[in-house]
Each structure stands twice: as C-alpha cells, then as structure tokens.
Design a protein around this ligand. Structure first.
Ligand code: GLY
Length: 362
C-alpha cells in the first residue's frame, strides 16, 4: 500500500507495507544498500514458510546469498547465536559492503540486528518481519539485542535497519494466540498517542480478527507510522518520548519474569496496561471510564485482563526495581494522561502499585 522513509540523525530506514512486499525484497535492498553478499537469518518455523521466496527475491536481484537457520524461541537470542552468525559471516568473507537480512519475529530481528551492529563495527541490515509484534513494534526503531543471564535484552545497540519490508500476508500463517498477543502493542500505540485509533480498534475488531487483508494492512501501516514518528524524534530513548512506548511494560515485564516466561510478551503487556491504567486512575491522570474502555478493548481482542493464578506483589516490585527503566532507584511508569497522551512518573506509591497488580491476578 505504501512506502516511506523514517529519518534518523545519521541514517534513514525505508519502510514498505504491502501484500507481496517479501517478493520485492531483493530489488529494494539492492537499490538501497548495494550489497555484494547477503546473509539471511531466520528460524526453523519461519524459514520453512518463507525462506525460499525471500532467497529467490535476493538472488533475482543478482545478490550472492547464504542462509543461516536457527532454532525458534527466545533462548536463541543469545551471544552464542550471535557467534554462530559471526562464524558464517567469516566463512562468507562478508565485509563492510555486505548486508544481513532478518526474516522472522522480534527474536530473529533483534539478534540479526545485533550481529549487524557489531560485525566489522556495523554493516547494513534489513528486516522482513513475519509476526504482528514485529510488524508493529520490534522491526521499527533499531533496538537490537541479545539476552544475558542477568536479564532480557541487556546486551545490545541502537542500529537502524536500512529497509523494513512488511508483507502483512505473512501473518496468516500465525497461530491465533500469537496473532492476538501482538495486537497488545497496537492497542498500546492507540492509548499513548491516538484516541481515534482506539475507536478504530473497537470498530474493526471483527475484521482484524478475521484477518481482512485491507484492514490488517491498515493496522500495520498506522502502527508503523505512529512508532516511526516517536523513534525518529527520540532515537535513543533520551527523553520521555520514546519511553512513552513503555506503557504497560513496567508491570508487564515484571509479570513476564514472575511467570517464568510462560505467557506471551503481548499477553503480559496487556495485563501490564490494565494495571498501569488503574495506577493512572489512582494518580488522577485518567478517568475510571477511560480506563474501563481500554480494559474492555483489550479483553474484546481476547487478550488477558486478569490472570487466573495469584501474583506475589513483593516479587513483582522486586522485578520492577531491576528493570532498565529504573532511574535513581525509583521505578518509572509511563502512564496515560487522558487517552492519546502519556506522562512519565517516578512518584507512584508502592501501595498504589500493589493494589493495581493485585487487581490483575486472582
Ligand atoms: N519497543 C519499544 C521501543 O522500541 O522503544
């Protein structure tokens, strides 16, 4: 449907959102980065579905290509996997004029982006996202990372992709639970920047869930534009602007850790948004009616608004204090300030956090 550029201080990212975008990868990458050699990185699940078409598109553009297929799952997002990528890049003798392509969800794009950021101090990379979460969030903004024993995403770099080639048709192969989980980030974008987009989610629920092609493409494009606007103005999260994308994530990450990563990231973000809306109400920032509206929308998409297992509030607070968002020993929350705006607060009383967390569990 559309192609546009996201401007950054030292680079720009070309984004294409349209059915069939995957087949157009080769010519688009050849035009933008003129790479001689390309390494495609994917996981076993995604590679089985889309690697052949992607490689064909790259070869068709005259590029010399190799592929590395890794096991699916977050355990692969490690320094050991980055090392496997470096081994392959070394075998290929891929130099500064080469490029990497990430084909997959956020795990693959974070890991591949990290390898691209560090190989020879930085080579070009492109992303072909294949999940809702990657389309609307992970692929945009250049946060690359691997996990460390000390925590998720703790080792990383900002490195912008030259190209994000989004084919919403890839989403059709996703299991329903994964598709729905990714929609949490879409609802998040609406709550933090765009109240009419929340109304859109309410009105288009059936078509989104039925995977209407036009509606899915619109959903992805609107999200990409929202995220692009935020990250181009605050590329390295120096201000409250990019931090606004953390709405739902302070409590959400704590729930994710406390549940031993048994829930999808988006499901934890959904629960986190519910809790953080309640915090915003208690802090006098959001009306109870607006909070109820957000919770209703989250639930209408089949996302969890309450866990059916108990949560230990002390444990959650402990995780929140270890989060990357802590500053000066205080937990910082991005809270809705009405619908469509946010404010960063580090003065939320523990009792308010506990009550809100209690409200999303048995
Ligand atoms: N996912 C939040 C960010 O990119 O800043």
């Amino acid at each position: 449907m559309s192609t546009f550029d996201i401007p950054f201080a030292l680079s720009r990212t070309r984004v294409a959102v349209r059915p069939g975008a995957l087949q157009e990868l080769g010519p688009a990458l050849a035009e933008l980065a003129r790479p001689t050699k390309v390494l495609l990185v994917s996981d076993e699940t995604v590679a089985g579905l889309f690697a052949e078409a992607t490689l064909e598109s790259l070869r068709g553009a005259g590029l010399e290509v190799a592929a590395l297929v890794l096991p699916p799952g977050d355990a692969t997002k490690s320094l050991a996997s980055a090392d496997r990528i470096y081994d392959r890049l070394g075998e290929m003798r891929l130099a500064r004029d080469g490029a990497l392509v990430a084909l997959g969800g956020g795990m693959v794009s974070d890991l591949t982006g990290f390898a691209a950021a560090t190989w020879m101090r930085g080579v070009a990379f492109a992303i072909c996202p294949t999940t809702v979460e990657a389309d609307v969030d992970a692929a945009i903004g250049g946060k690359t990372a691997v996990n460390h024993l000390a925590g998720k995403n703790l080792v990383g770099a900002f490195h912008q992709p030259v190209l994000v080639q989004i084919d919403p048709e890839c989403l059709r192969t996703l299991p329903l639970r994964d598709r729905v989980a990714g929609l949490a980030e879409s609802i998040k974008h609406a709550v933090i920047t765009d109240e009419p987009f929340l109304s859109w989610h309410e009105a288009q629920r059936e078509r989104v869930l039925a995977q209407d092609s036009g509606v899915l493409t619109e959903l992805v494009e609107r999200n990409v534009r929202i995220k692009a606007d935020v990250v181009s103005r605050d590329e390295q999260e120096r201000t409250a602007l990019r931090a606004s994308l953390n709405f739902g994530h302070t409590v959400g990450h704590a729930i994710e850790s406390a549940q031993g990563y048994a829930l999808r990231h988006g499901e934890c973000v959904a629960l986190g948004m519910v809790a953080e809306c309640r915090i915003a109400v208690a802090m006098g920032l959001l009306s109870a009616a607006d909070a109820d509206r957000v919770v209703q929308c989250i639930g209408a998409y089949g996302l969890p608004v309450r866990l059916d297992t108990p949560l230990n509030e002390d444990e959650l607070l402990g995780y929140m204090l270890r989060d990357k968002k802590v500053a000066g020993g205080k937990v910082r929350f991005t809270l809705p300030n009405g619908l469509g705006a946010t404010v960063l607060r580090d003065d939320v009383p523990d009792a308010v956090v506990r009550t809100a967390c209690h409200g999303v569990a048995l």
